[in-house]
Design a protein around this ligand. Structure first.
Ligand SMILES: Cc1cc2nc3c(=O)[nH]c(=O)nc-3n(C[C@H](O)[C@H](O)[C@H](O)COP(=O)(O)OP(=O)(O)OC[C@H]3O[C@@H](n4cnc5c(N)ncnc54)[C@H](O)[C@@H]3O)c2cc1C
Length: 343
């Protein structure tokens, strides 16, 4: 009989995990929010940028997750342009750090360091390489359809605890509920903290670049074109803030930084001089490295064999398929256990 696997969570984490499970498994994804829903601030995967960006200060374990995701997103961009995933050249400028910390330099397509003459004033080093950019609402919708074609079922359900799912009779339950894990009565994750990021979206055709610059005091400026003709400009990041009201001051700062870095593209520092779509404020759940980083492990809770998958600091898209492969391996460990009968 096919193994029965339940996934709680229909964000990028739950979807990616479903894609890496054995094709013959009977898989159902449950969620309060599902792909195709109207934008809701609590459904984090709709709000990502999203880009694949090698995150500099991560553990070897998370580097592997990031690279697994890079290669799969790269493939999706080649095979399924309708998913919104698109290959793009990235220019990364660093006012901090050293070139040696760029651990992904030998693993991404077309990587090269910039020469001194190519660096803007104040920069320590920089690089260009090829990455993938995604429009998340389109991407998760496409992903849902792709999984449904393979027999994965989607059902809307809001639970208070993992034990509410016990009656489904699955062999393994995957907990990919993100922030939900702080509230589930039998999980109550206390290591998750919120990270808020404010960005701007504006209408501007013809910008097909991805620029990012990082510096002292959390300086972070990015701009990239999305497939819907908009530019996503970021951003002001704040840890431990779960609040969605846009700040006018941050909006000005974001636009000023974009203007300083690319005056040819953004000739004014005043947001009102552009065709603004609006502020884009989102909050995502992370577990910091000093608290162990992403929680990706097995735990038997009240008789259910659970695999937890949440809290990725580097970003749910950046780590997606790497986390999914590891989660699939943990599922396999449960299923191949000689004492496979339910506990
Ligand atoms: C502004 C912004 C920019 C970002 N940019 C990037 C980027 O460029 N690259 C990147 O990789 N990441 C980026 N991220 C981070 C990324 O969006 C998150 O890491 C990722 O979306 C988390 O996905 P998830 O599937 O774990 O959680 P979610 O998308 O929140 O999904 C959780 C799922 O669990 C369900 N759920 C939770 N609790 C329950 C319950 N009790 N009962 C039923 N269902 C439940 C929800 O309904 C939902 O379906 C960004 C985030 C923001 C906000």
């Amino acid at each position: 009989m096919a193994s029965k696997i339940t996934i709680l969570g229909a964000g990028i984490t739950g979807l990616a995990i479903a894609s890496q499970l054995p094709k013959e498994a009977d898989i159902t994804i449950y969620g309060k929010f599902l792909p195709g829903d109207e934008m809701d601030k609590e459904y984090v995967s709709q709000w990502a940028g999203a880009i694949w960006l090698g995150v500099h200060a991560t553990s070897a374990r998370e580097q592997k997750y990031q690279m697994d995701s890079y290669s799969t997103l790269w493939q999706i961009a080649g095979l399924h342009p309708e998913s919104s995933a698109r290959r793009i050249e990235i220019t990364e400028i660093q006012d901090i750090g050293v070139p040696e910390q760029v651990w992904y330099r030998d693993h991404v397509v077309g990587f090269r360091y910039l020469s001194k003459s190519e660096l803007p004033k104040g920069a320590k080093f920089g690089m260009k390489w090829q990455t993938v950019v995604i429009s998340p609402p389109t991407f998760i919708n496409w992903f849902r359809g792709h999984l449904e074609n393979q027999g994965v079922k989607f059902k809307r359900l809001h639970v208070k605890a993992l034990r509410d799912l016990e009656g489904l009779g699955h062999d393994v339950l995957i907990n990919a509920s993100g922030f939900g894990s702080t509230l589930l009565e039998d999980v109550r994750e206390s290591a998750i903290i919120p990270v808020r990021q404010q960005n701007i979206r504006l209408r501007k055709e013809g910008y097909n670049k991805l620029f990012i610059r990082r510096g002292e005091n959390n300086y972070y400026s990015t701009a990239f074109g999305r497939d819907d003709g908009s530019i996503y400009i970021g951003g002001v990041k704040k840890e431990n803030v779960r609040e969605w009201t846009a700040s006018a001051e941050d909006r000005k700062l974001i636009m000023k930084q974009a203007h300083d870095n690319q005056p040819d593209v953004f000739p004014s520092a005043d947001p009102n001089d552009y065709d603004l779509i609006g502020d884009h404020v989102g909050v995502w759940p992370i577990i910091k490295q000093d608290k162990g980083g992403i929680r990706l492990e097995k735990e038997v809770i009240g008789g259910q064999k659970v695999v937890h998958a949440y809290g990725q600091e580097a970003g749910g898209y950046v780590c997606s398929f790497g986390i999914a492969r590891e989660a699939a391996r943990l599922v396999f460990e449960y299923l191949s256990d000689p004492a496979r009968a339910k506990l």
